[in-house]
Design a protein around this ligand. Structure first.
Ligand SMILES: [Zn+2]
Length: 351
C-alpha cells in the first residue's frame, strides 16, 4: 500500500482501538478520541514466563559462527548460522525479530513476563546452546523459537507453508527427553493447531506431516529443559510466503496465531493439572490438550482484525466495531489492540 494510505489507516485504527478500549460505541468517538489511551491489560497469562527466541541475529559482531558447540546428541555443531534471505531481499533474522516483537506485545498484554533470547536486531544473540541454556534458566512455561525456512537461493513457487520441528525421540538427556516428549510435543501440536485455525497452510515439502517435522539436529530443542516449540513460519523462497512474512498485515496474522498458540497451551497446561472436565473424558485421544476455538481465543477475532486492516474509512470501522467487534471477548480484544498499537505506531507501547 502507499505511504499515504498506510498513514490514514494507522490513524483510523488507532482511533478505533481507543474507541473499543474505552467502550465508546458512537461514531464521533471513533474519529475524535485521543490516541494516547492504551488498552487495559488482560490476565490470562499472569504469573507466566514465556521465552521467545527470534532465530539468528543482526550480525556476528566478531563472533565465530562456526565455533563448535554441543548439539544435545553427543556431537557438535556450529554455534550459529546467519539464517535465510527472502526472495524479496528481507533477511530472516529481521522477520523473526519483528514477529517476536508483536508476539511479545500480545503476551505482555495478557500479563506474561517475556524473556527474549537477544536484545535487538543489530548485534549478536548467542550460540544455539547458550540460547537453550537461557530458555531453561528463564523458568518459562514455554519457549518458542521463531524461524522462516528457505528451500533454494532462488524462487520456489511450489514449496510453501509452515511447520513445527519436533525432536527425534529419545533425546539423550533424560530431563530434556521427559519434557520435550511430553509437554514439548503437546505445545508444538497446540501451536500447529493455532496456525491451521489462522488459515496458514501446512508445509508441502521436507517430509512434513500435518505441519510437523521430526528432526534430530535442532540444538534449541535437544538442550532446552522447558517445553520448546520450534516454528518455521513459512518458506522465504516462496514469493507468497515471503510477502506475507514481510508485510505488516501478514506479520500481524502470524503474531496473532503464535500468541494464540501460547495462550492455548498455557490454558491447556493449567487445565491438565486439575481435574479433567467431563466433556474431555472419553474424547478422541488425539489432541486432548488442545482447547477448541471459542469466544475467548484470538482466532475468534482474526477475521475482525483482517476487516479492520482492510479499510481506512472511519465510518466503516465504526460500523465494524458495532457489529463484528461485539463478538470478541474483552481480553482477546485488548491483546489484539496492543498488538495493533505496536504494529501501527512503529514502536511498542509496553516493555
Ligand atoms: Zn532460521
Amino acid at each position: 500500500m502507499t505511504q499515504t494510505r498506510f498513514s490514514r489507516m494507522r490513524m483510523s485504527i488507532t482511533a478505533a482501538a481507543v474507541a473499543v478500549a474505552t467502550g465508546a460505541a458512537v461514531l464521533s468517538a471513533v474519529t475524535t478520541a485521543p490516541a494516547s489511551a492504551a488498552p487495559a491489560a488482560g490476565t490470562s497469562l499472569a504469573g507466566k514466563t514465556v521465552f521467545l527466541d527470534p532465530g539468528h541475529q543482526g550480525s556476528a559482531a566478531g563472533h565465530n559462527l562456526s565455533q563448535q558447540v554441543v548439539d544435545g546428541r553427543g556431537g557438535k555443531k556450529d554455534c550459529q548460522t546467519t539464517g535465510a534471505t527472502a526472495v524479496n531481499g528481507t533477511p530472516e533474522h529481521t522477520i523473526n525479530w519483528e514477529v517476536a516483537q508483536l508476539v511479545k506485545a500480545g503476551l505482555e498484554s495478557q500479563g506474561a513476563r517475556v524473556v527474549l533470547s537477544r536484545p535487538d536486531d543489530t548485534g549478536w544473540g548467542g550460540c544455539v546452546d547458550e540460547r537453550a541454556a537461557a530458555a531453561s534458566r528463564s523458568g518459562a512455561a514455554i519457549a518458542v523459537s521463531l524461524h522462516a525456512d528457505s528451500t533454494t537461493t532462488g524462487t520456489d513457487a511450489t514449496k510453501k507453508g509452515f511447520h513445527m520441528i519436533v525432536p527425534t525421540l529419545p533425546i539423550p538427556d533424560a530431563t530434556v527427553n521427559a519434557v520435550q516428549s511430553g509437554e514439548g510435543r503437546k505445545a508444538s501440536t497446540v501451536m500447529r493447531d493455532a496456525f491451521v485455525r489462522a488459515g496458514f497452510p501446512t508445509a508441502n515439502y521436507a517430509g512434513v506431516v500435518d505441519g510437523i517435522q521430526t528432526r534430530p539436529d535442532i540444538a534449541a530443542v535437544n538442550l532446552t529443559k522447558v517445553p520448546a516449540v520450534f516454528i518455521e513460519m513459512g518458506n522465504l523462497s516462496n514469493p507468497a510466503d515471503a510477502a506475507a512474512l514481510t508485510g505488516k498485515d501478514g506479520q500481524l496474522k502470524y503474531s496473532m496465531a503464535i500468541t494464540e498458540g501460547i495462550v492455548n497451551y498455557a490454558k491447556g497446561a493449567a487445565a491438565a493439572s486439575t481435574t479433567p472436565s467431563p466433556q474431555n473424558l472419553g474424547a478422541a485421544p488425539a489432541p486432548e490438550a488442545t482447547p477448541q476455538a471459542g469466544d475467548g481465543e484470538l482466532s475468534a477475532v482474526l477475521p475482525f482484525v483482517q476487516k479492520l486492516l482492510g479499510t481506512s474509512d472511519p465510518a466503516e470501522i465504526g460500523q465494524l466495531l458495532l457489529t463484528d467487534g461485539q463478538d470478541a471477548s474483552a481480553q482477546v480484544l485488548n491483546a489484539m489492540l496492543v498488538v495493533l498499537y505496536g504494529l501501527f505506531d512503529g514502536k511498542l507501547p509496553i516493555g
